[in-house]
Design a protein around this ligand. Structure first.
Ligand code: COA
Length: 338
């Protein structure tokens, strides 16, 4: 029998401070009405200065390990666009803070597709026997790279982290993850970018141009590409899995914009009642977006063991990816009380 990766734990961590659209409108030329109608976002969580991505990753990782009932993993993967430092990777620090010094630990940089890319590499490690138990975390502090004067990006992104644990198992048991579909198009790398700070625009001791040190996005250009790539990738992974659209119980798309998600669901022919959406409460949390939507849906009791879940994401790079998984029986104490 093929060795597959099986999801057996989940957790999340949001910084406590909630920033409403109204609070943003006090300093930016925007309104609650514009933000809600154009993006579906009502609020986002924002990390306090001094809170690093690893802090949120550790909070989510602790919860996921606890929910799996097994405190040890041999590999930690952190998907993030906002690492603690440009060198070294964030994952080794996360592993050590979780008491997992010695574990293999590395970052995945695929922006909003990062969690699916991370999940794919983790499943590969388990399938080949290189790893037994893997913690995959999506974690972001986008507030550290947003331009506070840019209304087009400041209203969209939020901070947060969420994580899952994986163990070896059979491909047909609840929790089995896969197959995957992954892709990229580097011709679009300028559409979602932070220009300064890498080898292209090197640190010289002199401040880079202000706009270059911050995250920048060509929103309109990104919008239609996100819909197209996610729907193509989702259809391709369903083909690989041999599944028809009506065999999918839940669509979990990257929470980029409620209008993107609506168009994605329409393109796939998935009705709104089978669509998991939490963007109103957390905004776009990039690599944390998909696991956070899963963790919220699990906590709310929406996902049930045996449900077939279709994940699809699109992000900077450009990158995209999709995966299919069967929802497992998870520790019921991680659900919210009704
Ligand atoms: N408040 C008020 N007005 C705003 C605004 C804000 N926060 N942000 C932009 N605008 C203005 C623009 O300046 C523009 O004004 P103009 O017509 O006078 O030039 C107008 O609103 C329309 O801007 P546009 O960019 O066409 O809006 P849009 O409907 O495309 O929505 C985004 C903008 C960013 C919300 C949308 O393009 C989007 O969500 N894109 C994808 C983002 C995404 O998913 N990114 C993550 C990648 S995975």
């Amino acid at each position: 029998m093929n060795r597959a990766a099986v999801l057996d734990g989940i957790g999340s961590c949001l910084p406590p401070r909630v920033v409403s659209n109204g609070e943003l409108a006090a300093t930016l030329d925007t309104t609650d009405e514009w933000i809600v109608s154009r993006t579906g976002i009502r609020q986002r969580h924002v990390a306090a200065p001094g809170t690093a991505t690893s802090d949120l990753a550790v909070g989510a990782g602790e919860q996921a390990l606890k929910s799996s009932g097994e405190p040890v993993v041999d590999t930690v993967v952190v998907a993030t666009t906002t690492p603690d430092r440009s060198c070294p990777a964030t994952a080794p620090a996360v592993a050590s803070k979780l008491g997992l010094t010695g574990a293999a630990a590395y970052d995945i940089s695929a922006v909003c597709s990062g969690f699916i890319y991370g999940l794919a590499t983790a499943c590969g490690l388990i399938a080949t026997g290189t790893a037994d138990r893997v913690l995959v975390i999506g974690a972001e502090t986008y507030s550290s790279i947003l331009n506070p004067r840019d209304r087009a990006t400041s209203v969209i992104f939020g901070d947060g982290a969420a994580a899952v644990t994986l163990r070896p198992g059979g491909p047909d048991e609840p929790g089995a993850v896969g197959p995957f579909d992954l892709g990229s198009d580097g011709n679009g790398r300028d559409l979602i970018t932070v220009r300064a700070g890498g080898s292209e625009q090197r640190l010289s001791g002199v401040e880079p141009a202000p706009d270059d040190q911050f995250f920048a996005m060509a929103g309109k250009e990104v919008f239609w590409r996100a819909v197209l790539r996610m729907s193509e990738s989702a259809q391709s992974v369903l083909g690989r899995a041999g599944l028809a659209v009506d065999e999918v119980d839940w669509l979990v798309g990257h929470q980029a914009n409620a209008r993107i998600l609506q168009r994605l669901a329409n393109a796939l022919g998935i009705p709104p009642e089978r669509h998991i959406v939490n963007i109103a409460e957390v905004g776009n949390t990039a690599a944390a977006s998909i696991p956070l939507a899963l963790a919220d849906a699990h906590a709310a009791g929406t996902l049930h063991a045996g449900d077939r879940v279709l994940l699809t994401a699109f992000g900077g790079g450009l990158t995209w990816g999709s995966a299919v998984l069967t929802w497992p029986e998870l520790d019921p104490t991680t659900r919210r009380s009704p």
